[in-house]
Design a protein around this ligand. Structure first.
Ligand code: FES
Length: 222
């Protein structure tokens, strides 16, 4: 084999050495110069890259991952616009909340101290008995309970979770809310089980002679 033939074969093996000068030939694809396309490494489109949650390669993933690919970095990525939107909405919600609390305080102050009202005669409620009444307004349902030892307690009937009507269970020393199985202690009105977190509003009582009076209502947070 002579030298010319060997040189031609070597040039044929090295595609970088040979560039077809004609336009639109495979070797010049995408190029404006004279370098053939295979000298460049093709980079995959970032949108096409899927990085699974465990960060291992797709080859190491179970077969079903191909049908449900999750691009973890893409999934965790929060755009600046999303972040700003979140911050604006959160601030708005906090501001509205503050206004709501201020409005409630204003309304409570405007209502003033509730009037003292007779709610029952002592003889009406034996030990273990209970009696419902409204206080301070006609729509504010309350319950007066006489514990087994004769102690009188009264609470708003409105559950502090989602406002269902609570029911005293004098024998077990509990007040039960049937909506979501909430329980309050009968003596203190504090939550002991279930979703409620705040104690029941307590109606302050006074016994004058043989009568029981409501003299105020106390909203508690703890
Ligand atoms: S409303 Fe009373 S526990 Fe939910």
């Amino acid at each position: 084999m002579n030298d010319d033939v060997q040189r031609e074969r070597a040039e044929a093996d090295d595609s970088r050495a040979r560039v077809d000068p004609r336009i639109d030939t495979p070797g010049r694809e995408g190029l404006t110069g004279t370098a053939p396309a295979n000298v460049y490494r093709r980079l995959p489109d970032a949108e096409q890259i899927t990085i699974p949650p465990d960060w291992r390669s797709m080859e190491a993933q179970p077969p079903w991952r191909g049908d449900f690919p999750i691009d973890w970095p893409q999934d965790q990525y929060v755009e600046r616009r999303d972040f700003v939107k979140f911050m604006v909405l959160t601030s708005l919600a906090l501001t509205v909340g503050q206004f709501w609390i201020a409005a409630q305080n204003w309304w409570r102050r405007r209502r003033g101290v509730p009037a003292i009202r007779r709610i029952a005669a002592l003889d009406q409620i034996p030990a273990g008995g209970l009696l419902t009444f409204t206080y301070p307004g006609p729509l504010d349902d309350c319950v007066l309970v006489r514990a087994l030892d004769g102690t009188l307690v009264a609470y708003s009937q409105k559950c502090t979770h989602l406002s269902c009507a609570v029911r005293p269970q004098v024998e077990s020393g509990m007040i039960h809310c049937p909506c979501h199985e909430g329980y309050f202690d009968l003596r203190s009105g504090r939550p002991v089980a279930g979703p409620p977190r705040r104690p029941l509003d307590v109606v302050r009582l006074e016994v004058r002679g043989r009568d029981v009076y409501a003299i105020g209502i106390e909203a508690r947070t703890v």
